[in-house]
Design a protein around this ligand. Sequence first.
Ligand code: AP5
Ligand code: MG
Length: 218
Amino acid sequence: MRSQALIFLGAPGAGKGTQAREVSKYYSIPQISTGDILRQAVRNGTPLGLAAKAKMEAGELVPDEVVCGIVEQRISQPDCLNGLILDGFPRTLPQAECVGDLLLAKGKGKPLVIDIKVDPEVLFKRLTGRRTCSLCGEIYNIYFNPPRVEGFCDKDGGKLFQRADDSEEVIRQRMTAYETETSPLIVYYTSKGLLHVVEGDRRPELITKDLIEFLGKA
Ligand code: AP5
Ligand code: MG
Protein backbone atom coordinates (compact mmCIF):
# COMPACT_ATOMS: atom_id res chain seq x y z
CA MET A 1 0.00 0.00 0.00
CA ARG A 2 1.60 3.24 -1.19
CA SER A 3 -0.65 5.62 0.71
CA GLN A 4 0.09 6.47 4.34
CA ALA A 5 -3.49 7.28 5.27
CA LEU A 6 -6.70 5.46 4.54
CA ILE A 7 -10.08 7.07 4.98
CA PHE A 8 -13.24 4.97 5.35
CA LEU A 9 -16.34 6.77 4.11
CA GLY A 10 -19.83 5.30 4.21
CA ALA A 11 -23.27 5.78 5.70
CA PRO A 12 -24.03 4.77 9.30
CA GLY A 13 -23.95 0.96 9.38
CA ALA A 14 -22.12 0.60 6.06
CA GLY A 15 -19.40 -1.45 7.77
CA LYS A 16 -16.65 1.15 8.23
CA GLY A 17 -15.77 -0.12 11.69
CA THR A 18 -16.00 -3.79 10.72
CA GLN A 19 -13.70 -3.38 7.72
CA ALA A 20 -11.32 -0.84 9.27
CA ARG A 21 -10.69 -3.30 12.11
CA GLU A 22 -9.62 -6.03 9.69
CA VAL A 23 -7.44 -3.77 7.56
CA SER A 24 -5.87 -2.35 10.72
CA LYS A 25 -4.91 -5.86 11.88
CA TYR A 26 -3.63 -6.84 8.43
CA TYR A 27 -1.31 -3.83 8.05
CA SER A 28 -0.62 -3.33 11.77
CA ILE A 29 -1.66 0.30 11.58
CA PRO A 30 -4.08 2.00 14.01
CA GLN A 31 -7.80 2.36 13.34
CA ILE A 32 -8.81 5.83 14.42
CA SER A 33 -12.58 6.06 14.84
CA THR A 34 -13.76 9.52 15.87
CA GLY A 35 -17.05 7.90 16.96
CA ASP A 36 -15.20 5.48 19.29
CA ILE A 37 -13.02 8.28 20.71
CA LEU A 38 -16.08 10.44 21.35
CA ARG A 39 -18.04 7.57 22.97
CA GLN A 40 -15.10 6.85 25.26
CA ALA A 41 -14.98 10.54 26.23
CA VAL A 42 -18.72 10.49 26.98
CA ARG A 43 -18.28 7.36 29.17
CA ASN A 44 -15.39 9.01 31.03
CA GLY A 45 -17.31 12.27 31.49
CA THR A 46 -14.38 14.36 30.20
CA PRO A 47 -14.94 17.96 28.96
CA LEU A 48 -14.81 16.61 25.40
CA GLY A 49 -17.44 14.01 26.26
CA LEU A 50 -19.68 16.60 27.87
CA ALA A 51 -19.39 18.84 24.79
CA ALA A 52 -20.22 15.97 22.40
CA LYS A 53 -22.88 14.05 24.34
CA ALA A 54 -26.00 15.99 23.33
CA LYS A 55 -25.06 16.05 19.64
CA MET A 56 -24.35 12.32 19.58
CA GLU A 57 -27.56 11.45 21.39
CA ALA A 58 -29.47 13.52 18.83
CA GLY A 59 -27.67 11.84 15.90
CA GLU A 60 -26.15 15.14 14.83
CA LEU A 61 -22.54 15.83 13.95
CA VAL A 62 -20.15 17.14 16.58
CA PRO A 63 -18.64 20.54 15.53
CA ASP A 64 -15.80 20.39 13.01
CA GLU A 65 -13.25 22.14 15.21
CA VAL A 66 -13.81 19.57 17.99
CA VAL A 67 -13.26 16.49 15.80
CA CYS A 68 -10.40 18.10 13.85
CA GLY A 69 -8.67 18.79 17.18
CA ILE A 70 -9.10 15.15 18.22
CA VAL A 71 -7.65 13.87 14.96
CA GLU A 72 -4.75 16.30 14.92
CA GLN A 73 -3.73 15.09 18.36
CA ARG A 74 -4.28 11.42 17.59
CA ILE A 75 -2.33 11.28 14.34
CA SER A 76 0.67 12.86 16.05
CA GLN A 77 1.09 9.72 18.19
CA PRO A 78 4.06 7.47 17.36
CA ASP A 79 1.87 4.48 16.39
CA CYS A 80 0.76 6.46 13.30
CA LEU A 81 4.28 6.73 11.89
CA ASN A 82 3.80 3.87 9.41
CA GLY A 83 0.23 4.67 8.42
CA LEU A 84 -3.24 5.01 9.84
CA ILE A 85 -6.91 4.44 9.14
CA LEU A 86 -9.48 7.16 9.69
CA ASP A 87 -12.87 5.55 10.33
CA GLY A 88 -15.77 8.03 10.17
CA PHE A 89 -13.60 11.10 9.64
CA PRO A 90 -13.84 13.39 7.69
CA ARG A 91 -17.60 13.81 7.52
CA THR A 92 -17.96 17.36 6.22
CA LEU A 93 -16.19 19.41 3.57
CA PRO A 94 -14.36 21.58 6.16
CA GLN A 95 -13.18 18.36 7.88
CA ALA A 96 -11.94 17.05 4.52
CA GLU A 97 -9.95 20.25 3.94
CA CYS A 98 -8.61 20.04 7.47
CA VAL A 99 -7.45 16.42 7.19
CA GLY A 100 -5.85 17.10 3.81
CA ASP A 101 -3.76 19.87 5.39
CA LEU A 102 -2.94 17.79 8.48
CA LEU A 103 -1.72 14.82 6.44
CA LEU A 104 0.42 17.04 4.25
CA ALA A 105 1.90 18.76 7.30
CA LYS A 106 2.78 15.34 8.78
CA GLY A 107 4.42 14.29 5.51
CA LYS A 108 1.81 11.62 4.80
CA GLY A 109 0.78 12.86 1.36
CA LYS A 110 -2.66 12.29 -0.07
CA PRO A 111 -5.07 9.82 1.51
CA LEU A 112 -6.68 6.86 -0.18
CA VAL A 113 -10.43 7.02 0.34
CA ILE A 114 -12.63 3.92 0.50
CA ASP A 115 -16.38 4.39 0.13
CA ILE A 116 -18.39 1.39 1.33
CA LYS A 117 -21.67 1.42 -0.57
CA VAL A 118 -24.80 -0.22 0.89
CA ASP A 119 -28.52 0.18 0.13
CA PRO A 120 -30.26 2.37 2.74
CA GLU A 121 -32.91 -0.32 3.53
CA VAL A 122 -30.19 -2.74 4.62
CA LEU A 123 -28.54 -0.18 6.92
CA PHE A 124 -31.46 0.14 9.28
CA LYS A 125 -31.50 -3.54 10.25
CA ARG A 126 -27.72 -3.59 10.58
CA LEU A 127 -27.81 -0.73 13.07
CA THR A 128 -30.72 -1.94 15.21
CA GLY A 129 -29.10 -5.41 15.32
CA ARG A 130 -25.57 -4.25 16.17
CA ARG A 131 -23.95 -5.33 19.44
CA THR A 132 -20.38 -4.42 20.46
CA CYS A 133 -18.00 -6.06 22.93
CA SER A 134 -17.39 -3.86 25.96
CA LEU A 135 -13.86 -5.25 26.34
CA CYS A 136 -12.31 -5.56 22.87
CA GLY A 137 -14.73 -3.62 20.62
CA GLU A 138 -15.52 -6.63 18.39
CA ILE A 139 -18.69 -5.87 16.38
CA TYR A 140 -21.57 -8.37 16.11
CA ASN A 141 -25.07 -8.35 14.69
CA ILE A 142 -27.96 -10.32 16.15
CA TYR A 143 -29.38 -10.86 12.62
CA PHE A 144 -26.30 -11.21 10.41
CA ASN A 145 -23.37 -12.14 12.64
CA PRO A 146 -24.55 -13.30 16.06
CA PRO A 147 -22.14 -14.30 18.84
CA ARG A 148 -22.04 -18.00 19.78
CA VAL A 149 -23.47 -17.19 23.24
CA GLU A 150 -26.12 -14.47 23.25
CA GLY A 151 -24.90 -11.26 24.88
CA PHE A 152 -21.22 -12.25 25.15
CA CYS A 153 -18.15 -11.84 22.92
CA ASP A 154 -16.77 -14.98 21.21
CA LYS A 155 -13.19 -13.74 21.61
CA ASP A 156 -12.96 -12.78 25.28
CA GLY A 157 -16.38 -13.38 26.84
CA GLY A 158 -16.88 -9.59 27.29
CA LYS A 159 -20.44 -8.37 27.74
CA LEU A 160 -22.00 -7.03 24.53
CA PHE A 161 -23.73 -3.66 24.58
CA GLN A 162 -26.06 -1.79 22.25
CA ARG A 163 -25.01 1.73 21.27
CA ALA A 164 -27.20 4.52 22.67
CA ASP A 165 -27.54 6.07 19.19
CA ASP A 166 -28.78 2.84 17.60
CA SER A 167 -32.45 3.60 18.35
CA GLU A 168 -34.79 4.03 15.36
CA GLU A 169 -35.31 7.76 15.87
CA VAL A 170 -31.60 8.58 16.23
CA ILE A 171 -30.69 6.32 13.30
CA ARG A 172 -33.02 8.40 11.08
CA GLN A 173 -31.29 11.61 12.16
CA ARG A 174 -27.84 10.09 11.56
CA MET A 175 -28.91 9.07 8.04
CA THR A 176 -30.07 12.64 7.36
CA ALA A 177 -26.78 14.05 8.64
CA TYR A 178 -24.95 11.62 6.36
CA GLU A 179 -27.02 12.60 3.28
CA THR A 180 -26.71 16.35 3.77
CA GLU A 181 -23.22 16.75 5.22
CA THR A 182 -21.12 13.67 4.40
CA SER A 183 -22.29 12.37 1.02
CA PRO A 184 -20.87 15.49 -0.80
CA LEU A 185 -17.43 14.07 0.08
CA ILE A 186 -18.00 11.36 -2.53
CA VAL A 187 -17.91 14.00 -5.29
CA TYR A 188 -15.10 15.85 -3.52
CA TYR A 189 -12.77 12.85 -3.41
CA THR A 190 -13.84 11.52 -6.82
CA SER A 191 -12.85 14.83 -8.40
CA LYS A 192 -9.43 14.50 -6.77
CA GLY A 193 -9.05 10.95 -8.11
CA LEU A 194 -8.70 9.54 -4.59
CA LEU A 195 -11.93 7.55 -4.21
CA HIS A 196 -12.33 3.78 -4.44
CA VAL A 197 -15.85 2.37 -4.10
CA VAL A 198 -16.49 -1.10 -2.68
CA GLU A 199 -19.80 -2.93 -2.80
CA GLY A 200 -20.71 -3.34 0.88
CA ASP A 201 -23.78 -5.53 0.60
CA ARG A 202 -21.87 -8.82 0.69
CA ARG A 203 -20.40 -11.06 3.35
CA PRO A 204 -17.91 -9.03 5.43
CA GLU A 205 -15.01 -11.40 4.73
CA LEU A 206 -15.48 -11.04 0.96
CA ILE A 207 -15.35 -7.26 1.29
CA THR A 208 -12.18 -7.52 3.40
CA LYS A 209 -10.58 -9.81 0.82
CA ASP A 210 -11.32 -7.35 -2.01
CA LEU A 211 -10.06 -4.45 0.05
CA ILE A 212 -6.75 -6.13 0.93
CA GLU A 213 -6.31 -7.08 -2.71
CA PHE A 214 -7.01 -3.53 -3.85
CA LEU A 215 -4.74 -1.99 -1.21
CA GLY A 216 -1.95 -4.37 -2.15
CA LYS A 217 -1.97 -2.90 -5.66
CA ALA A 218 -2.81 0.70 -4.78
P1 AP5 B 1 -19.78 6.73 14.35
O1 AP5 B 1 -19.46 5.91 15.52
O2 AP5 B 1 -18.74 6.96 13.33
O3 AP5 B 1 -21.12 6.15 13.68
P2 AP5 B 1 -21.65 6.08 12.15
O4 AP5 B 1 -20.94 6.85 11.13
O5 AP5 B 1 -23.08 6.34 12.29
O6 AP5 B 1 -21.28 4.68 11.70
P3 AP5 B 1 -21.46 3.36 12.50
O7 AP5 B 1 -20.32 3.20 13.45
O8 AP5 B 1 -22.85 3.31 13.06
O9 AP5 B 1 -21.41 2.28 11.33
P4 AP5 B 1 -20.18 1.53 10.67
O10 AP5 B 1 -20.12 1.94 9.24
O11 AP5 B 1 -18.94 1.65 11.47
O12 AP5 B 1 -20.74 0.05 10.70
P5 AP5 B 1 -20.28 -1.24 11.57
O13 AP5 B 1 -19.02 -1.79 10.99
O14 AP5 B 1 -20.35 -0.99 13.02
O15 AP5 B 1 -20.30 8.17 14.85
C1 AP5 B 1 -21.24 8.26 15.88
C2 AP5 B 1 -21.54 9.72 16.20
O16 AP5 B 1 -20.33 10.38 16.63
C3 AP5 B 1 -22.04 10.58 15.03
O17 AP5 B 1 -23.43 10.47 14.87
C4 AP5 B 1 -21.59 11.98 15.46
O18 AP5 B 1 -22.46 12.51 16.43
C5 AP5 B 1 -20.24 11.71 16.12
N1 AP5 B 1 -19.12 11.76 15.16
C6 AP5 B 1 -18.27 10.75 14.86
N2 AP5 B 1 -17.37 11.16 13.95
C7 AP5 B 1 -17.66 12.45 13.66
C8 AP5 B 1 -17.11 13.39 12.77
N3 AP5 B 1 -16.06 13.09 11.99
N4 AP5 B 1 -17.68 14.63 12.71
C9 AP5 B 1 -18.72 14.97 13.50
N5 AP5 B 1 -19.31 14.11 14.34
C10 AP5 B 1 -18.77 12.85 14.43
O19 AP5 B 1 -21.47 -2.25 11.16
C11 AP5 B 1 -22.81 -2.00 11.54
C12 AP5 B 1 -23.53 -3.32 11.81
O20 AP5 B 1 -23.63 -4.04 10.57
C13 AP5 B 1 -22.80 -4.27 12.77
O21 AP5 B 1 -23.75 -4.98 13.53
C14 AP5 B 1 -22.03 -5.24 11.84
O22 AP5 B 1 -21.85 -6.51 12.43
C15 AP5 B 1 -22.98 -5.31 10.64
N6 AP5 B 1 -22.27 -5.50 9.37
C16 AP5 B 1 -21.13 -4.87 8.98
N7 AP5 B 1 -20.77 -5.28 7.75
C17 AP5 B 1 -21.71 -6.18 7.36
C18 AP5 B 1 -21.90 -6.95 6.16
N8 AP5 B 1 -21.04 -6.88 5.13
N9 AP5 B 1 -23.00 -7.76 6.10
C19 AP5 B 1 -23.88 -7.84 7.14
N10 AP5 B 1 -23.73 -7.15 8.28
C20 AP5 B 1 -22.67 -6.32 8.39
MG1 MG C 1 -18.39 2.62 13.25
